[in-house]
Ligand binder design. Structure first.
Ligand code: SF4
Ligand code: SF4
Ligand code: SF4
Length: 316
């Protein structure tokens, strides 16, 4: 798939179909990748596809001008569709190079299972339903659903539905909904007092770095409400109450746009389980409005319209 990606990306640049290619290249640390944004057709030989291409690259689309070729997994392509729905980007300016995605490997799960730090691991590879970890020259197999990110276990569309080029045949979801929703279910079992204490403790650790906001393709406001001073929605100092308010409002802003890509939780430097909030909102939107983000580029965004029968008296 990697060779085919490099070939296609080069052709896109050579034929002038796009000004830039956005993809992944190897990261500076083991088992990581980093975004590659280039206009140079020789750079595309650095593009990679592996179980560590975790970033949702669609976040860059609103920053770049011109026509863009972008490598997109299933969830990323839904974020792209959502941005088209919100008129943030134009479909004709984007060449989507679709990657059928078997799920991304969560290194912290691998570390826990083998009892070693990532630097001590020799190799990690995907082999069908298994993930093979090589430590001290010995191979150990794990079922994929034990080491994939929680959001990948709940992924509904791992193969992009919207694309210009699809690099391989579609794949089926790993589908372990129970494991994917375990953290959310544990929170739901708590009393409201216990849940309040839980989030109070979590948001006491938030340093308000805004990494969760900055990696999120659904968080695209030019001026974020946290920077407003009239009215001042939250104080700039990271008190837990303001941190919680920031995240509660952020989740409402991304309702109907969040594709459960998992980037906010991965980006958080203090490991706050942000996906528990994002996924619960994703499911509520589906349950209440029968709406899933980024499914149809021609459909109106959920929060920008209402049906007449939904209108409260004040709107009539
Ligand atoms: S959520 Fe789906 S498409 Fe996105 S990385 Fe996980 S398996 Fe792939
Ligand atoms: S990434 Fe984590 S620490 Fe940073 S603002 Fe978001 S919740 Fe707070
Ligand atoms: S809220 Fe989190 S999971 Fe949802 S789209 Fe944004 S980064 Fe992805």
């Amino acid at each position: 798939m990697e060779q085919s990606l490099r070939r296609e990306a080069k052709a896109v640049l050579e034929r002038g179909r796009a000004d830039y290619i956005i993809g992944f290249e190897p990261g500076s640390l083991k088992f990581t990748t980093t975004p590659l944004i280039t206009k140079n057709k020789d750079d595309v030989d650095r593009l990679v596809i592996n179980p560590f291409i975790v970033n949702n690259l669609s976040v860059f689309l609103t920053e770049l001008k011109g026509r863009i070729g972008i490598v997109a997994k299933g969830c990323d392509s839904r974020s792209i569709v959502s941005l088209i729905q919100d008129n943030k980007i134009a479909r004709e300016n984007i060449i989507i190079i679709g990657v059928p995605c078997p799920g991304m490997i969560d290194l912290s799960k691998v570390e826990r299972l083998v009892g070693k730090d990532r630097d001590e691991l020799d190799d990690i590879t995907r082999d069908g339903d298994k993930v093979v970890v090589t430590v001290d020259g010995k191979e150990r197999d794990f079922p994929a659903n034990e080491v994939l990110f929680d959001n990948c276990l709940g992924c509904e569309l791992p193969t992009p539905q919207e694309y210009n080029i699809l690099l391989e045949q579609p794949v089926s979801p790993v589908a372990d909904k129970r494991a994917s929703g375990m953290k959310v279910d544990e929170l739901k079992k708590m009393t409201s007092e216990q849940r309040w204490e839980f989030w109070k403790e979590q948001f006491s650790r938030c340093i308000r770095c805004y990494a969760c906001r900055n990696v999120c393709p659904a968080c695209f406001c030019r001026r974020c409400f946290v920077e407003e001073s009239e009215p001042q929605w939250v104080l700039p100092v990271p008190r837990w109450q303001d941190n919680l308010m920031f995240q509660a409002i952020r989740n409402i802003h991304v309702a109907g746009r969040c594709t459960d890509c998992g980037e906010c939780e991965r980006a958080c430097p203090v490991n706050i389980p942000l996906r528990s909030l994002a996924r619960e909102m994703y499911d509520m939107v589906d349950e209440l409005f029968g709406f899933k983000s980024g499914m149809d580029k021609d459909a109106a965004p959920m929060l920008t319209h209402y049906e007449l029968q939904e209108a409260e008296d004040s709107f009539r």
